[in-house]
Every structure is written in C-alpha cells, then in structure tokens.
Design a binder for this molecule. Structure first.
Ligand SMILES: [Mn+2]
Length: 405
C-alpha cells in the first residue's frame, strides 16, 4: 500500500483526528483498518499525521474540544428549532419533496458503494481467473452421452452462477490473509459454439444462430463484470482472446478476428463503459502478452498448437512462442483442448482450461474422454509471483448411475 497514492486515506485520518476523541495512534489505526478495509499500524498512522501537520489531541484538549463542540451544537439546534417553528409548513413540504427525490434517485452503477470487508494484514495480492470454452448454444443430449454428461442453455445458466460464487468464495478465503483488491480476467476463446463449424453441427445446437449465441456471450460477461465490480476496489481488467469456434466462414479464408467471440468482446466493452473501475481489452490479433506483477503471461485460445494438447506438443509450442516473440513467458493461459491441465513447459507454467460443455457425442463415444467443466484461478503476489491456484469446478463430481448400494 502506498499511502500517497490514496488521498482518501488522508481524508479519513483527518476526520478521525478532528473528532478529538483522544484515542491513541494504535486505536486510530484500528478504526482506519475497519473503515477502509486496508491494514494500518499505529506507527504508519502517526508518521503520516506528522507529515500532514495533524496533532493527536491530548485528553485535556480533547475534553475542551468536546465541550466547545457540544456548546456550538446546542446553539445550532436552538437556532434550527426556532427556524423550523417559523417555517414549519414550508419545511414539511421540503421534507416531503426530499423523500420523493430520494426515492426517485437511481445511482449510476459505478457509484455503488464498494463492498468493504475486513482483510488480513498480509500483502495485497491480485486474483486472476481464466474463462474459456463456454460453447454457448451447444446441445449435448443425455440420451446420446449418458446421464453423467449433457449441456444446454439451462446447464450454462447454472454454471454461470457457480463461477460467480466460486470467485467470491476464493476472494473471501484469501482476504483473511491479505486484501485482494484487484481481479484480472482472461477470456481465452470459444465463448460461442458456432453453427457451421463442421458437417451436422447445426443439429447439435439449441441456440440456432451464431448472432444469438454472441449476444448471450456478451450479456454473460457484462453480468459477471457488474456482479464482481463492487468487490474489487482497485478494479477489474478483462482481457479478451477469441477461439476457433466463433470463426466466420471456412478455415483459413478470413482474417483471425473475423470471429463471433471478437464481436462479443467489443459488445462487452461498450456495455460496461459506465463502470469506471472496469477495463476491457479486446484486440484483433489472436493472442495477448501481459505483465501481472513480476510475471509475464501469454494468453491465447490454443488452436495453433499442433499434435494435440499433451505435454510434448505444448512444450514444443511454448518454445516456438518464446522464439517467435524473443521473450520468456512465466505463464501461458489457454483452453481449446477441453482438458483441464496444469503443465510445465520450460520455465513457463501452463494453465489449460476444461470446457463448460463437458463430454459430447464425439468425445464420449469416439475419443472415450470427457472434460470436467473446470476453470483456473490463481493469485499473484507483487514480489513472489504465483502463490495459490484453484481448479474451479462448475459442476459437482460425476456419479455413477444407477446407484446400486
Ligand atoms: Mn472449445
């Protein structure tokens, strides 16, 4: 925490000192900690107060200040009583108008008060979340895959809620150690399922147009950002990469960003333009390179990897990326293979997301494989880098059916 970057800390301190309670610096620090949700020590507070030229009132001075405050308050009350008596009717009318105005006033979304929760005294860390392979519009019927699988619009809706809850739960858990003031979201593609990716595709969707799927994708992320914004006082960054399922036209015919995912990203950016703490970064190349604290992260969907999603192929691919960009990556964030994996590729840690749709006809019946709907989340310490990681499960563990005993 750099005090000088947060002028509202000064305001809060000045206000507490002005109350003249005679509290110790440690007590004032405790009050600031609970008001602002950021840990303060007595030494920190007294040093800052000295720089601001504030003096902590001694008990005698505090008493004198209280007496004088009380006297002027009594005076003000007496004046007000007199004025109210004289102008009673007008005052009542004004009161009534005030109530009406108050009821009609709808505060803009970004003026909602930030949710302040007490946080531990540890170093603030940034939370990161990787979202991908949502496949909005995809239909997987249990008749085809068995009851452990299945995906449609209602399953998608339930998993949205599960994701939001998981992020808030993780934030809560880690706040007990230290504040989590900032969230970085990575969308790495395949938000929409598409409608003409391959032969027979149209029969396996329950949202029949790519345009309608795109609208759902944009609505989902706008909802997620609006729901999360009050919990992260230093803001949310959403970084947006597109996948292969949103491709418009045949493979290789158009430029990469001729893609429904890309369009949804731009729609999200427009939708949340009124949220001052949220930044949405959508670009037309099919990857992004980001600095997160001490770490360099490379994010992409992953469809340019040749030879499957196994460890040797991913290692070759990450080595090629580092050669191509003449950079070393600490993190690689991706999806595409519908397999939740945590891999090492040289010095890079690779987070590969699972898919929201789980198993489908092809994966279950041909590949004999199915993804768990899992998405990665992790914490970044400003000096130590990667500190914690979770595989967020969007569905309960699959059970065998029928249950025989
Ligand atoms: Mn996918």
């Amino acid at each position: 925490m750099r005090w000088a970057d947060n002028p509202h800390y000064d305001d809060a301190l000045r206000e507490i000192v002005a109350q003249g309670s005679g509290a110790s610096w440690d007590e004032i620090a405790a009050t600031l900690t609970s008001t602002l949700g950021v840990p303060f020590t007595g030494d920190q507070v007294s040093a800052r107060a000295r720089r601001m030229g504030l003096e902590r009132p001694t008990p005698t001075a505090a008493l004198a200040a209280t007496v004088s405050n009380e006297r002027s308050r009594a005076l003000r009350l007496a004046e007000r009583r007199e004025a109210t008596a004289a102008l009673r009717d007008q005052a009542r009318w004004e009161d009534f108008l005030d109530i009406v105005r108050g009821e009609l006033l709808v505060p803009p979304a970004d003026q909602r008060p930030p949710a302040t929760t007490p946080a531990g005294p540890g170093t603030p860390e940034t939370m990161c979340l990787v979202v991908s392979d949502i496949h909005i519009g995809k239909l997987v019927e249990k008749d085809v895959t068995g009851p452990g699988f299945g995906y449609d619009q209602s399953v998608f809706a339930a998993r949205q809620a599960e994701l939001l809850n998981a992020v808030l739960r993780l934030r809560d858990i880690h706040s007990q150690h230290g504040p989590i003031p900032k969230l970085i979201l990575f969308f790495v593609g395949d938000g929409v399922d598409g409608v003409d990716m391959r032969r027979g595709h149209a029969h396996r969707v329950d949202i029949q147009t790519a345009t309608a799927q795109t609208i759902r994708l944009a609505q989902f992320f706008a909802w997620l950002l609006r729901s999360l914004a009050p919990w992260f006082p230093e803001g949310i960054d959403l970084n947006w990469e597109f996948g292969n399922h949103g491709r418009v036209g045949e493979f290789g015919v158009n430029l990469p960003s001729d893609n429904w995912d890309y369009l949804a990203g731009v729609m999200v950016r427009e939708n949340v333009a009124d949220l001052s703490s949220v930044r949405v970064n959508v670009h037309t190349q099919q990857y992004g390179i980001y600095q997160i604290g001490p770490l360099v992260a490379y994010a992409e969907h992953g469809n340019s990897i040749r030879g499957g999603g196994g460890s040797p192929a991913v290692k070759r691919h990450v080595a090629s990326l580092q050669n191509l960009h003449r950079m070393v990556f600490d993190l690689v964030l991706m999806g595409h293979f519908h397999t939740s994996e945590y891999l090492t590729a040289g010095g890079a840690k690779v987070f590969m997301n699972g898919a929201w749709d789980g198993g489908d006809d092809f994966s279950v019946n041909q590949l004999v494989a199915a993804s768990d709907p899992a998405q990665w989340a992790f914490g970044v310490h400003p000096r130590r880098g990667l500190t914690w990681m979770y595989e967020i499960a969007l569905a309960p563990r699959r059970r065998s059916t029928p249950v025989l005993s």
